[in-house]
Unconditional design. Structure first.
Length: 470
């Protein structure tokens, strides 16, 4: 067709005003640039394409472009097209006797040692792109529809195989629900538990307030389990103030943020309570892949797949921006959770699910995890060595696994140390930030996320940390 070229131009919204087509077009373009709606460097449609869209002669548009170039509103270069010209910000008038105001700063710290984020600079871009290309080429047409609320069958199938092999999880594709992050999975479980009459979910004394708050907004109380020097006291479930709980939220393989693994007798006590009380254990296996100085601790779900909801995520092993997580559910809960997810239609991208499925099936995920395990272990060893040299009285715990370490502080010093860290441009969090409101204070400490800084910032972050330690 003679006017097929018109379908290839970029869209540009303009409201013409003034007398005459040419003047109206020029006024509309000036206003779009002046108001900032068209930013510097934005490429405008060709004169032919814009003329077709506006229903005017091509010469009219070309003349308007030429005049605006002459006035300095636009630029035109061979091969680059017509673009909005760069414009410097207007200079603020100064008041005599007063220094010009300094531009506002974002307040971003120079170094980030907060826990909970992997080294994002190490995301395996080339391998992910390779998996994405292969997955897209093989994807059936129906993959781009709304699909099963449980998630893509390709991903659920390889997840079941991987979790059984690597984490000791008993899983079938039918009992897996893919969700867009741990919080999404916990939200769904909160809805289902509430519908089943559960009004109390026990939590650990230290954890993330976002999880407690999410359950509280669903109308569920979150009493805290007691804690001693050996970790969470699961034998207290079903007794005293915990007599009415119908579920418990735990990080048994690597407690967050204290860092220990739940002792075998306490793992068994949690499962015994769930069986006797018809309760449910919500197992958060947030960084289950990263173990250094001990044998991997298998998932608690392996002890009783009908009493434990296993929740895993790619946020620590790959990147939180992928928004990929999964639940392995008891048979009696799988349909209810899938129905709850389908009701709100909050789904992870089908193409990301297919890519992750290929990434897993090809072995690229295992290779990436092993490489990151070595990288993070080196980071941990460097942290331990630096603290031993610069602050030998500081005891470090929780370092046999995971992506963070706990640095014990003298009583009453946590707040002053975190303030000193902020003065050094170091983002750092104390352990009491993670203490449940009903749990008594037990220690002063820093929770140091050694995975977060990129390699280029790691030595500086470590030096800043050592400067603020007692």
């Amino acid at each position: 067709m003679a006017d097929d070229w018109a379908t290839f131009g970029a869209d540009l919204h303009l409201e013409l005003s003034g007398k005459g087509l040419r003047n109206g077009l020029m006024d509309a373009l000036r206003e779009a640039v002046r108001s900032g709606r068209l930013a510097a460097g934005v490429r405008l449609p060709s004169s032919r394409s814009l003329a077709a869209d506006l229903g005017m002669a091509r010469n009219t548009v070309a003349d308007a472009y030429a005049e605006l170039v002459a006035e300095g509103w636009l630029t035109a270069r061979q091969g680059s097209g017509t673009r909005v010209a760069p414009r410097s910000a207007p200079r603020r008038p100064t008041v005599p006797g007063r220094a010009p105001a300094a531009p506002p700063t974002a307040g971003k710290p120079a170094y980030n040692l907060r826990p909970g984020t992997p080294d994002l600079a190490s995301f395996p871009r080339a391998e992910w792109l390779k998996a994405s290309r292969k997955a897209l080429m093989a994807a059936p047409h129906e993959a781009f529809g709304y699909g099963d609320p449980r998630g893509r069958i390709e991903l659920r199938t390889v997840l079941a195989e991987y979790l059984a092999r690597a984490r000791g999880v008993h899983a079938t594709p039918e009992r897996i629900v893919v969700c867009s992050g741990f919080v999404h999975g916990l939200m769904l479980m909160g809805q289902v538990l509430w519908a089943r009459g559960v009004r109390e979910v026990a939590v650990e004394s230290y954890g993330l307030s976002i999880h407690w708050d999410l359950l509280s907004r669903a109308g569920i109380r979150t009493p805290a389990l007691p804690l001693d020097e050996h970790g969470t006291r699961t034998e207290e479930l079903g007794t005293g103030e915990l007599s009415a709980v119908g579920a418990v939220l735990m990080t048994p393989a690597h407690q967050f943020p204290l860092g220990g693994a739940l002792l075998p007798d306490r793992r068994a006590a949690a499962v015994d309570w769930a069986r006797a009380a018809d309760g449910v254990i919500l197992e958060d296996d947030y960084d289950g892949e990263f173990r250094y100085d001990r044998q991997p601790v298998g998932a608690l779900q392996g002890l009783d797949p009908e009493r434990v909801v296993y929740l895993g995520t790619a946020s620590k092993s790959l990147a939180p921006g992928l928004r990929l997580a999964w639940m392995v559910l008891p048979e009696h809960l799988a349909d209810e959770v899938a129905a709850a997810k389908g009701a709100i239609d909050w789904m992870s991208s089908a193409t990301d699910q297919l890519t992750f499925a290929e990434f897993l099936a090809s072995g690229a995920y295992d290779r990436h995890v092993r490489a990151m395990r070595l990288r993070y272990r080196r980071r941990r060893d460097q942290l331990v060595a630096a603290v031993a040299a610069r602050s030998p009285e500081t005891r470090i715990s929780g370092i046999a696994a995971g992506l963070h370490a706990v640095l014990e502080l003298p009583a009453g010093t946590e707040a002053s140390v975190t303030r000193a860290a902020a003065f050094q441009g170091l983002a750092l969090q104390g352990v009491n930030r993670f203490r449940h409101p009903s749990a008594p204070p037990s220690r002063d400490a820093l929770v140091v996320g050694y995975a977060t800084p990129p390699d280029s910032a790691w030595s500086g972050a470590l030096e800043s940390l050592c400067r603020v330690l007692p």
